[in-house]
Design a protein. Structure first.
Length: 157
């Protein structure tokens, strides 16, 4: 069955993978490149000369590294955002757009989102910090000068 497995070196070269600048190891990049092409873990294990359990572990680590890298970027963007709105637990999700708009108006930042879009962005990015319409833990909403919104859970003060 491994005859249908594409050449992972070609995939990585085409995508411009550089292990010196990536948060992924070469092995993690290889596994992800093949998994994104719907190659089974068993077939990847055969091609790479390892076990399916090892492929599973490598894939999990790679996805964790990607999630951490995304969180780091969101953190860095939030730090430089001229607008930062602290949303307290107990706040109704429907109050958030007005708080965002008011803070952005005070700072001369244009928000390119409608109120429903703001609420969806917040709820999609807040994870389990929102239940129904209630904000259950502190959130920090950052808005960059170009209007990009970042939502981060904030540790309790």
């Amino acid at each position: 069955m491994t005859a249908d497995v594409p050449d992972v070196d070609v995939i990585l070269a085409t995508a411009g993978f550089d292990p010196d600048t990536s948060v992924l190891t070469r092995r993690q990049a290889e596994v992800l490149a093949l998994r994104e092409r719907d190659i089974s873990q068993a077939d990847i294990a055969e091609v790479l000369g390892t076990s399916r359990a090892n492929v599973s572990k490598v894939e999990s680590s790679a996805r964790d590294n990607i999630a951490r890298a995304k969180e780091t970027v969101a953190f860095a963007e939030t730090l430089k955002a001229p607008v930062q709105i602290d949303i307290e637990p107990g706040t109704d999700l429907y109050e958030v757009p007005d708080r965002v708009y008011d803070a952005c108006d005070e700072n001369g930042v244009k928000v390119p989102y409608s109120a429903p879009e703001v609420m969806k962005l917040v709820s999609d990015n807040a994870g389990d910090a929102i239940a129904g319409r209630e904000i259950r833990s502190h959130l920090l909403v950052g808005v960059t000068s170009d209007g990009t919104m970042r939502v981060r859970s904030r540790p309790e003060a």
